[in-house]
Design a binder for this molecule. Sequence first.
Ligand code: ADP
Length: 233
Amino acid sequence: MSILTFHEVSYQNILHELTGEFREGVITTLVGPSGAGKSTTLKHINGLISPDTGEICFRGEPLEQMNLLDVRKRIGMAFQSAPMIPGTVYDNINLPKSIFGESLPREEAEKLLQQVELSVELDRPVKDLSGGERSRLGIARTLVNRPDVLLLDEITASLDYRMVQEIEKLILDLQQELQTTIIWITHDLEQAKRVSDDVWFLKDGRLIEYGAFKELASSGQAETQAFLKGESV
Ligand code: ADP
């Protein structure tokens, strides 16, 4: 069953009539060359930008008719750089609550850190964390509101290979445990092969193909075959 559907979504001269869907409870990677429109697509999903024409529906309801704060609670987003505010680990994991004037109980914060296998003190200054630790904290922070959908924008791009493997395993484990729908931008085809159930393949702002990753291999499209071989498309 699909959780998100795009119907002829166009935006400026960047996205052109994207029509496709994302299945609930699986990992879909967004792949394609740089400048294909992957980040712009992700920004549409959490309401950072809206289509000029066309419609995006979340569980059948047009995103534009939903309350934006509600959208942000149900659709979380983690970035490569995992931007942190100055202060402690707790200050950062509490951020999604503090912007609503609430605060996250410390024991819940501890549980989230365990969930992402980050063993640091809540009072530790965030500036002392390594790149891998910041990535984990960034992921924990997106889980605070228990989102239905998790958007990941190149979250492993700046990490070394060992850390990439660890973060991939973490996301796969979280997905199994929480059954969260994950939409994951990656420029790394090997990573897409390892983690994808489904895939959206974008190029020049167009959705060339989407569906089960395994089925891409039998696609008759020359662009898809070239992409899968790692050739520039
Ligand atoms: P990808 O994530 O696949 O690399 P992007 O979605 O970041 O692609 O960008 C798609 C295209 O849109 C690129 O040509 C980029 O230069 C352009 N673009 C991205 N953001 C903006 C913006 N805010 N204003 C104008 N053009 C933009």
